[in-house]
Design a protein around this ligand. Structure first.
Ligand SMILES: Nc1ncnc2c1ncn2[C@@H]1O[C@H](COP(=O)(O)OP(=O)(O)O)[C@@H](O)[C@H]1O
Ligand SMILES: [Mg+2]
Length: 240
């Protein structure tokens, strides 16, 4: 009997206004992608997701590849100072892969090495939520497209087998370029910004969400005092 078939529970994204647009949230134990250009809010999104888990007493893991985790936590504390306490209590665990990346060695993190480290951590402490930011810094041991796909699929399956709900942060420079990860994950959330009437307009788009009825059109996204907030409306409509 597949337990997944009888389960209708959803896991909150931690983003105000977003769960309502995706039947209550993400399906637990699946891997999702958050993508968008620089400054579109990907890191904030990932941390809000982990904070929501921490608040519910879950163990969360943030794997950082480029930015120093301390800086990220410091920036996020402006929205929600409670993140500091969760980090101290190891409710949000930080795993900095940066030093491996910057050292001039051949030991660049690969999908395999990242998965095996996550497995180790998951054995010690049950991890409920995971964010990897950004996955573009993880290396493939091959240039072969089919092998890359297998490598990534193995990683995604590995995370799913651990029962972890994961957000992979992807850096998208060309909006019309879809890479392997877009096909393999359970959902793709795209963050956008546009210049409109000399103002910057932010938007979110649920591009793909398996097993979920959703509107794939752009929705208004804003940075509030508490972080990112989604509005169920077209982002370009003038207020008032
Ligand atoms: N309080 C705020 N109000 C408006 N914009 C903000 C606020 N805080 C951060 N930002 C914007 O969000 C950006 C950082 O978002 P981040 O989640 O790091 O994006 P990404 O990971 O996609 O690069 C900042 O560079 C800034 O432009
Ligand atoms: Mg970022």
């Amino acid at each position: 009997m597949y337990s997944a078939l009888s389960s209708t529970s959803r896991i909150s994204t931690g983003i105000k206004g977003l769960d309502e647009l995706i039947e209550g949230g993400l399906i637990p134990g699946r891997v999702y992608l958050v993508t968008g250009p620089p400054g579109s809010g990907k890191t904030t999104f990932a941390l809000q997701f982990l904070l929501d888990g921490a608040r519910r007493g879950e163990k969360c893991l943030y794997v950082s590849l480029v930015q120093k985790p301390e800086d990220i936590i410091h920036d996020m504390a402006r929205y929600d100072p409670s993140i500091l306490a969760y980090v101290k209590k190891w409710r949000i665990m930080l795993y900095d892969l940066g030093p491996i990346l910057w050292r001039e060695s051949t030991k660049v993190p690969t999908w395999r090495s990242v998965l095996s480290r996550i497995k180790e951590l998951a054995e010690d402490e049950k991890i409920h939520r995971l964010a990897i930011d950004p996955l573009t810094a993880i290396d493939f041991p091959t240039e072969n497209t089919a092998e890359k796909r297998t490598e990534l699929a193995r990683f995604i399956r590995g995370i799913e087998n651990l029962g972890i709900t994961a957000l992979l942060v992807d850096e998208m420079t060309e909006m019309d370029r879809y890479t392997e990860e877009h096909y393999l994950v359970s959902g793709v959330i795209m963050l956008h910004y546009f210049m409109y009437n000399n103002r910057m307009i932010r938007a979110i788009q649920i591009l793909k969400m398996r097993g979920t009825k959703h509107d794939p059109n752009l929705k208004k996204l804003e940075f509030s005092d508490n972080g990112l907030v989604v509005f169920n409306k077209y982002p370009f409509e003038e207020e008032g």
